[in-house]
Structure formats: structure tokens, C-alpha cells
Design a protein around this ligand. Structure first.
Ligand code: PEP
Ligand code: MN
Length: 338
């Protein structure tokens, strides 16, 4: 349910409605807009008599939100969400580049990558310290040591850090190290993990599950937002289909419906989406053209020697070339790449 306040409603009237919602054992979510404030309500609203709220001073109307996801829906929040992080803003008008190796492998390659990215004007670096690998014998990531290296990279270069949290046990450590906490595709419906990150105050990059529908994905975002962490960034990384010409099928057709149904920013990961570095640039360009708010892309100083996902990683020269193309394509689309 959504309580729409009058455009002239005072802060006191807004606070009064918020309090009334709390007294009903429901959770209020004030949503300030350009013209007026609305207050989203989550919890078991079936027992609420809407008239109790309708009669309060400053209230214009009460709207029922029809979608099962409430806070993630555009019905409740008509304006696009902008996530402010690490000297940048993810959302309308911007095409955000989050680049870096699949995994933190050692300090040298991370510092080298961070310095290279900063020299290219990139503000956010991705790299996993905890890696979800299909095989238990594959490189599992450096864990806490990897996080320490990422923190050092931020301290020395000023780059923002995006890194994956795989289980609740390491939530404090990842929250401390990251500017954005990544939830991987395999954990999109790990509800205890989603609840845990809803309690952090860092933005959450929520990858789409390998076989998740759009509704399931937005419901996963809702878990994070229900805990009052409203900074969720969606990331399309390809889904499983019968196609065998690429690692996954990058579902760029999900972008327009995401934009219609939700106000959350959406990034595209062309690296996991294709699995092959030769296909990555075209899909990155296509993501920009299709209306995505940015990309999450794997870049490695020496991809052929990478400990994970080398085949889908661009080298520095390949990345520079792509960035130049993206900047040129962004211009007529009225977006700034950074
Ligand atoms: C990653 O970004 O390195 C990763 C493991 O991605 P996904 O969860 O999409 O497989
Ligand atoms: Mn990877």
C-alpha cells in the first residue's frame, strides 16, 4: 500500500503518518519525490482499515500496489533510483563501468588493474575474494586476505570496490571492505543472505539467478529493500537456455520490462553472459543501446594466465578499445560513461 501525501504536507504531518503506520505493526518507507512525499507500507496490510490513514492531515490518497514486489516496483516509486557510491552515481544519464578481474589473485595484479582503471576514468573495480566455483577443486578465492588487498587498492588509487559476499558468516568483513556488495547468481534466492545484506548500509548488486524469472528477481530485491536497504542495483548476467554457442544466454530483452516494472538501476554483465572474450564488446555495446545503466565486465592484466574466467576476460588494450567505443555510442544516447 502507498500513502500519497499532499504536495503541501508538512514534515510533521509526514512524521505523524509514519508513526501511525508503526502503531499498526507495519513498516513505513518514506519515499520523497520531486513534487510530493509518498509513504510505502510493507507487512501484513490485509488487516489494515485504510480509512484510519486516509483521514490523517496531509494525506491525499491511499493506493493499493498490485505487484507482489512493493518497494522494488515503479507503482510505489515512480522516479528512477539513483545509487550514489564511490564518487559516482549509478542511474539515469550515466553508463557506469565496473571492471576488474574475476578473482583477487595477488596484490600486484589488483594494484596494477586498479591503477590502469583509474587512468581510464573508471571509478569502480570488481574482483571476488570469495568465489562460488562449480568445482570444489577450482580456485576458491583468497578470502579475507583478498579483501585486505582490495582495501589497499582503494586506499592507494581511490577506486571503489565491488566484491561478492557468499555467506552470512563473512558479512561484516565484506561490508567493511566493499563499496558495493555483490550477491552472485547462485545466491539470488538465498533468503537468509538477502536478509543479512538488507541490514547493511552498503548498496547491493543483485545478480539474476541462472533460471530466475523477472518476478523472482524483483522479489529477491524486495527482500533487501524490506530491511530498509533501498540501494539495490540489478545485474543481468545471462540465463540458462538450450543454446550452446555461449556460456549463458544474455537476456538483454529483460531491460525494457525491468525499466517498466521497477525503478531500480540495471547493469549487464557481458562476460558471464557470453563466456568468450571475443563476444564481450558487442554485447557491452548492445547493453548500452538497450538502455542498461552500465556494465560489470571482467578485465585482467594477463587473461591467459588468470586463475578464473580468463577466457571471458578482456586484456587492458581490449578494454581501452571498448571504452572508447562505448563513449562514442553514449553521446547520441545522452549518457555519460564513467
Ligand atoms: C562473478 O561476477 O565473478 C560471478 C561469479 O558471477 P555470477 O554470480 O553471475 O556467476
Ligand atoms: Mn567470473
Amino acid at each position: 500500500m502507498l500513502v500519497v501525501m499532499h504536495s503541501t504536507a508538512t514534515q510533521e504531518q509526514i512524521d505523524n503518518v509514519v508513526e501511525a503506520i508503526r502503531r499498526m505493526n507495519l513498516t513505513p518507507h518514506p519515499l520523497p519525490g520531486a513534487i510530493r512525499t509518498a509513504i510505502g507500507i510493507t507487512g501484513n496490510i490485509s488487516a489494515v482499515d485504510p480509512r484510519t490513514l486516509e483521514v490523517l492531515p496531509g494525506v491525499t490518497e491511499l493506493l493499493r500496489v498490485t505487484k507482489p514486489y512493493k518497494l522494488a516496483s515503479r507503482e510505489m516509486h515512480p522516479d528512477d533510483t539513483i545509487v550514489s557510491v564511490a564518487n559516482t552515481r549509478i542511474g539515469p544519464g550515466t553508463f557506469t563501468i565496473i571492471a576488474g578481474p574475476c578473482s583477487v589473485e595477488n596484490e600486484e595484479m589488483i594494484l596494477k588493474t586498479a591503477e590502469f582503471l583509474r587512468s581510464q576514468g573508471v571509478r569502480l573495480m570488481r574482483a571476488g575474494a570469495f568465489k562460488p566455483r562449480t568445482s570444489p577443486y577450482a580456485f576458491q578465492g583468497m578470502g579475507q586476505k583478498g579483501l585486505d588487498i582490495l582495501v589497499k587498492a582503494r586506499e592507494t588509487t581511490g577506486i571503489g570496490i565491488v566484491t561478492e559476499l557468499m555467506d552470512t558468516e563473512y558479512a561484516d568483513a565484506v561490508e567493511a571492505a566493499a563499496d558495493i556488495i555483490q550477491i552472485g547468481a547462485r545466491n539470488m534466492q538465498n533468503f537468509s543472505l538477502l536478509r543479512r545484506v538488507s541490514q547493511t548500509r552498503k548498496p547491493v548488486l543483485l545478480k539474476r539467478g541462472l533460471s530466475a524469472t523477472l518476478e523472482e528477481w524483483l522479489m529477491a530485491a524486495e527482500y533487501v529493500m524490506a530491511g530498509e536497504n533501498y540501494n539495490v542495483i540489478l545485474c543481468e548476467r545471462g540465463v540458462r537456455t538450450f543454446s550452446d554457442h555461449s556460456r549463458n544466454t544474455l537476456d538483454l530483452s529483460v531491460i525494457p520490462p525491468v525499466k517498466t516494472l521497477s525503478h531500480l538501476p540495471i547493469l549487464v554483465d557481458p562476460s558471464h553472459g557470453t563466456g568468450k572474450r571475443d563476444y564481450v564488446p558487442s554485447m557491452a555495446m548492445a547493453a548500452l543501446a538497450a538502455g542498461a545503466d552500465g556494465i560489470l565486465i571482467e578485465v585482467h592484466p594477463d587473461p591467459d594466465r588468470a586463475l578464473s574466467d580468463g577466457a571471458q576476460s578482456l586484456d587492458f588494450a581490449g578494454f581501452t578499445k571498448l571504452l572508447d567505443k562505448l563513449r562514442r555510442l553514449a553521446e547520441p544516447l545522452e549518457k555519460t560513461v564513467n
